[in-house]
Design a protein around this ligand. Structure first.
Ligand code: NIG
Ligand code: FE
Length: 419
């Protein structure tokens, strides 16, 4: 059954031009197509490929037609959005949402002066290990509902709060029930019981844990952060990523969150799809990311700086150097307990030097590039019909009206003529 969506005051296609959106361009094309496209440099508003007064036809879960409302073809059903803006569903390329318990006490302590160092991850690990499969599944389902209610259609989910072979495999098994973007993060921190022998823990992660987790994971990640006594060095990170790649997983990296460090360099060296945080960068890191713009995305997580009371990453510096930038929530119980991509857009605009157009692109197409996806993060003919509707006339209202629940996903499977 086809669905005609009319009354779209402004359609964000991320196609670079309305013509390109109408033509479509092989959304299932090569694995790196999305990243290469993302390296396009040009006017940020032009890059959004805005179509004013648009209509769109959805057929079988895909975008089948885009164009001016006046030229819209007939369809089985129709819905009028009354002049609202539509953008691709947010692509949240970084989350840690398979966990039990919370760390509000740690957050409160931080707001009265304590620093974040990763030590609290062990608290969540203990609560997660103690939870049943059913409890974790229920918590995860509620979090996914929360993401979707705010306009997010794709969520990457990491393990990393189990840190035993069985607990990591369980986390990924549960994550794989709700997303195809699953990431093995056995190298989140060295768990308390292994702190006497870090090398043995790295052996566990790269050996039996990887073997048990790889069937449920697309990605391998590591918290490469020598500034934290619990996380991993550049050398350890290389070992973990290389082993994961040997098992068929694709690399991504947590790096440069708490201080200057080797995370970005390691990520670029192994051809990671993304290096996430990028809060403390040397000029050489920025240059390396600019050189790797067709391969490695810098994913900024402003909710972390908000919730750890840290300086924000300098998005302007990265964008001006030609780096491909994504925005994501990092939703987790420690450093950012928010699933709100609209909040990330608003923070990026207000605190990190991004324009509304740049932030919206980074939260949609940028996230897709960070996941090497070309079928999401864009609304072009052939792409997934993930429509995020705003209770507002333009994409810029996401930053202009911070904290207001403007965004929701359109349920294209059920709507008839009623909104
Ligand atoms: O991305 N930095 C490492 N991992 C998470 C935080 C996890 C936690 O504190 O529970 C992050 O910020
Ligand atoms: Fe993270």
């Amino acid at each position: 059954m086809s669905l005609l969506v009319t009354g779209i005051g402004e359609l964000v296609t991320n196609a670079g031009s309305p013509e390109a959106a109408r033509a479509g361009d092989a959304p299932e094309g090569g694995a790196s197509a999305g990243v290469e496209r993302a390296a396009y440099r040009g006017d940020p508003v032009t890059r959004l490929g805005l179509v004013p007064d648009a209509a769109l036809v959805v057929d079988d879960g895909r975008v089948a037609w885009i164009g001016p409302a006046a030229a819209a073809p007939a369809a089985d059903r129709a819905i009028d959005l009354g002049g609202r803006a539509v953008l691709p569903g947010f692509v949240d390329s970084h989350s840690h949402v398979v966990y039990a318990g919370d760390r509000v006490a740690e957050f409160t302590a931080r707001m009265t002066g304590q620093r974040y160092d990763g030590g609290g991850i062990a608290t969540t690990m203990a609560a997660t290990r103690a939870a049943s499969d059913e409890e974790l599944r229920g918590l995860l389902a509620a979090r996914i509902t929360e993401f979707r209610a705010q306009g997010t259609s794709v969520v990457e989910i990491k393990s990393g709060y189990g840190l035993t072979v069985a607990d990591e495999a369980r986390a990924l098994r549960l994550a794989a029930e709700v997303t195809s973007e699953t990431t093995f993060l056995g190298a989140h921190v060295v768990p308390p019981e292994a702190r006497g022998d870090r090398a043995a823990y790295v052996d566990l992660v790269t050996g039996p844990m990887l073997a048990a987790c790889a069937p449920y994971a697309r990605w391998i990640d590591v918290f490469c952060e020598p500034a934290s006594p619990y996380a991993f060095t550049g050398e350890e990170a290389r070992t973990v990523l290389t082993a994961g790649m040997g098992a068929g997983l694709l690399p991504r990296v947590h790096g440069n969150q708490l201080g200057h460090g080797p995370g970005v360099q390691v990520a670029v060296e192994v051809g990671a799809a993304s290096v996430d945080h990028c809060t403390f960068l040397a000029d050489a890191d920025v240059a390396a990311l600019a050189d790797a713009a067709g391969t490695t995305v810098a994913t900024l997580l402003p909710g972390v700086e908000f919730s750890t009371r840290s300086p924000y990453p300098d998005a302007r510096r990265l964008l001006d150097a030609g780096v491909v930038v994504a925005l994501a929530t990092d939703c987790n119980p420690g450093t950012c307990n928010s699933s709100s991509m609209p909040l990330m857009v608003a923070l990026a605009v207000r605190e990190m030097g991004m324009s509304p157009a740049e932030a919206v692109w980074s939260a949609t197409a940028g996230g897709a590039a960070a996941l090497r996806r070309s079928d999401v993060g864009r609304l072009v003919v052939g792409a997934a019909a993930d429509l995020c509707v705003l209770d507002a006339p333009t994409h810029a209202h996401l930053a202009y009206r911070p904290g207001v629940p403007l965004a929701r996903l359109l349920d294209v499977s059920e709507h008839s003529s009623a909104r």
